[in-house]
Design a protein around this ligand. Structure first.
Ligand SMILES: Cc1cc2nc3c(=O)[nH]c(=O)nc-3n(C[C@H](O)[C@H](O)[C@H](O)COP(=O)(O)OP(=O)(O)OC[C@H]3O[C@@H](n4cnc5c(N)ncnc54)[C@H](O)[C@@H]3O)c2cc1C
Length: 234
């Protein structure tokens, strides 16, 4: 299978850098082909603006969504966006490797979504189970820095990490038609033996990623006017 790792951390020797190298090694050992988008190394431009298009439908006023739609039709995105979209076309599976920063992705990865997951390319007119990247799968592999493992969870100070990740897993990936596996969540401040154990857990997860069922997000047919009206049949 073709696997793309989108990696967002400024330091190659960081824990996130180790997890990127570890997953690449484990997946290549299974015979998969792995490519990496190392956003900091690429100096990926995080800010969406008019330079994202090689030709403009309306040069006098920027409507970013309309220009995305036009560029999706005419392949007239800037070269760096086209390069990322070519990798997305190629891949069967995407792993996003990043640290949680202010409960979100680092800004460079948020900018990657703003610019690469364009209207007309990743979604639109269809969204969610009708999104344009349907047929692909993805997984978040994130590290967090909570000083105690108790801080995340139902009664934790910071709430459930899965709820923080909803806006990426549901509102970016699934919104674009991608099936999403349960995230791999690594507590970066855990003691060394716990951290080592997490590498073992990650190895086991990577061994089964093509068999693991996706998170059962509801299809659009379960909603009426944006409200959930139908549960899954048991
Ligand atoms: C701007 C900003 C905002 C943040 N906001 C949040 C937030 O909202 N919520 C939150 O929970 N956290 C937050 N954090 C903390 C952040 O999530 C952690 O700092 C990050 O996840 C740690 O990942 P790292 O790759 O930078 O780790 P590193 O600092 O590189 O390493 C973490 C630990 O892992 C060890 N390590 C490195 N490599 C290995 C290896 N191969 N095997 C075993 N151990 C290893 C290191 O020695 C170190 O002890 C924030 C941090 C920043 C900078």
């Amino acid at each position: 299978m073709n696997i793309l790792i989108v990696y967002a951390h400024p330091e190659p020797t960081s824990l996130n850098g180790s997890l990127r190298d570890f997953s690449r090694y484990q997946l290549e050992s299974q015979g998969h082909i792995v490519r990496i988008s190392d956003l900091y190394e690429m100096n990926f431009k995080a800010v969406a603006d008019g330079n994202d298009f090689s030709e403009r439908k309306n040069p006098s006023q920027l409507n970013y969504l309309l220009e995305q739609m036009n560029a999706s039709k005419n392949k007239s995105f800037s070269k760096d966006i086209l390069f990322e979209q070519e990798k997305l076309d190629w891949t069967d599976f995407i792993i996003f490797q990043f640290p949680i920063w202010w409960t979100e992705t680092p800004a460079i990865l948020k900018g990657w979504f703003d610019r690469v997951f364009a209207l007309g390319y990743a979604y639109g007119p269809g969204t969610y189970d009708k999104g344009k990247l349907k047929g692909k799968k993805a997984m978040l592999s994130v590290t967090h820095g909570a000083s105690s493992l108790n801080h995340y969870g139902e009664y934790g100070l910071k709430g459930k990490l899965e709820e923080r990740l909803f806006n990426i897993q549901h509102e970016k990936l699934y919104f674009s038609g991608i099936e999403v596996l349960e995230p791999f969540i690594f507590p970066s401040t855990a003691p060394l033996e716990v951290r080592n154990n997490y590498f073992e857990l990650y190895k086991n997860k990577l061994l089964n990623i093509f068999e693991e069922p996706a998170i059962p997000f509801h299809p659009l047919s379960h909603y009426e006017n944006g409200q959930l009206v139908q549960e899954f049949q048991k």
